[in-house]
Design a protein around this ligand. Structure first.
Ligand SMILES: [Zn+2]
Length: 398
């Protein structure tokens, strides 16, 4: 075992300067993104590396990706996040790091995912016999648990995704349907890497389940409906496969994740990866305080969100912006307004201001016009500058 002594609170306080007066999540992201991480010599046993996610806040640069993912945690109504970019740009690392920022949720203790609310809405038949007995005896069916990141395996079949007949249960009693990945993703985050390489039928099922919050499986005489209230995060490399317009339209926020251009940032990224690989625990502890602050900020923003309103005047400017961009999909204003509400909540405000629209408009509105779907890489620069030019012309503080 390691000779390294466990870190005490005092050690942690020495290691981390207290963030002085961090006033917003955005500020925290800006500040931590540029922080210098000291390299530590390899000490002790670092065999736990694979179970510790690289700290989300330790990712160098990629501010828009971080902001989009955090907004999706604050307000699931933004409708998911699609990360578009080449391999090796930190997409998967960022998504895996998110779990540290999530609150706890009540979760079923049963293989079949039975919840007390199933009985409240559907009676005792809505849960398995074990859970019906437990419920009758006043035992809990659920406990508080950390939100998990559910990753869809690349080779997933439709049967794995939606569920199928439970062969074991079928031998003993009546036919029962086994929960699929979508049901396991309920109240979690579902991460679908390389979503453009998945079979169309699977993508459609995932997008429908995410949009509706539940889905029904039928196998012969049996059918079952499962909750599927998950935050959907997809990623894709546009160089490796076509973009289905339907996929793009169904994601609320789209982030173009590029490589780091600045050599200083690249060197910094390399150093942080090395520091993490040589001692993941120390790296995680160096960011523990910021991670905790960010988690609290996100929880506070989630709590404030129901009170955040958008005035007619601000909404009209947003709609005018969308009209001038000639976007047809009604999902454009849903994503724009819901992400602006999340942004306002993160700033501790209960009214969306024009500036909140400005902060989120690129990620909410890019790649929504059909002519950009086919050849978007060539056109992207033009669109980005148009958005910025129109943003300055139309979204004005009155
Ligand atoms: Zn059960």
């Amino acid at each position: 075992m390691s000779e390294e002594e466990p870190l005490t609170q005092a050690d942690l306080a020495d290691q981390q300067e207290t963030p002085p007066g961090v006033r917003s999540l955005r500020e925290l992201i800006d500040r931590v993104s540029g922080r210098d991480v000291r390299m530590e010599p390899v000490e002790g046993d670092s065999s736990l590396a694979e179970v510790l996610p690289f700290p989300f806040l330790a990712l160098v640069g990629q501010k828009e990706m971080k902001l989009a993912l955090i907004l999706a945690l604050i307000n699931p109504a933004v409708g998911g996040v699609l990360l578009l970019g080449p391999r090796g740009t930190g997409k998967t690392t960022a998504v895996r790091g998110l779990v540290e920022l999530l609150p706890e949720v009540p979760r079923s203790m049963c293989y079949y995912g039975c919840m007390p609310e199933d009985i409240e809405s559907g009676g005792m038949d809505a849960v398995c016999p074990d859970c019906a007995r437990k419920y009758a005896e006043g035992q809990p069916l659920a406990r508080m648990d950390r939100v998990r990141l559910v990753e869809l395996p690349l080779n997933a079949e439709l049967e794995d995704v939606v569920g199928g007949v439970d062969e074991r249960a079928a031998m003993h009693e009546r036919l029962r349907i086994r929960r699929g990945i979508l049901a396991q993703a309920d109240l979690n985050l579902l991460y679908v890497d390389e979503i453009n390489l998945l079979a169309d039928a699977i993508v459609d099922v995932i997008l429908d389940a995410a949009a509706q919050g539940n889905y029904t499986v039928r196998r012969g005489p049996v059918s079952a409906t499962y909750r599927s209230r998950f935050g959907l995060i997809g990623s894709m490399n546009p160089e490796e496969g076509r973009l289905r317009p339907q996929i793009l339209d169904r994601f609320g926020l789209r982030v173009l994740v590029g490589g780091l251009d600045d050599p200083t940032e690249r060197l910094d990224a390399y150093r942080r990866v090395r520091a993490f690989q040589s001692n993941p625990h120390r790296m995680v502890s160096q960011y523990a305080m910021e991670t905790e602050i960010a988690q609290e900020e996100i929880q506070a923003a989630r709590d404030l969100l129901p009170e955040v309103d958008i005035s007619d005047e601000v909404a009209q400017q947003g709609l005018e912006f969308i009209r001038k961009l000639e976007i047809d999909s009604l999902r454009a204003e849903i994503s724009l307004f819901e992400s602006a509400r999340a942004y306002a909540a993160a700033e501790g405000k209960t009214q969306v201001e024009v500036d909140d629209l400005r902060q989120v408009s690129q990620m909410a509105l890019r790649l929504r016009r059909s002519e950009f779907m086919n050849d978007y890489l060539a056109n992207q620069k033009t669109e980005e500058s148009e958005i910025i030019a129109l943003m300055d012309a139309v979204l004005t503080n009155s």
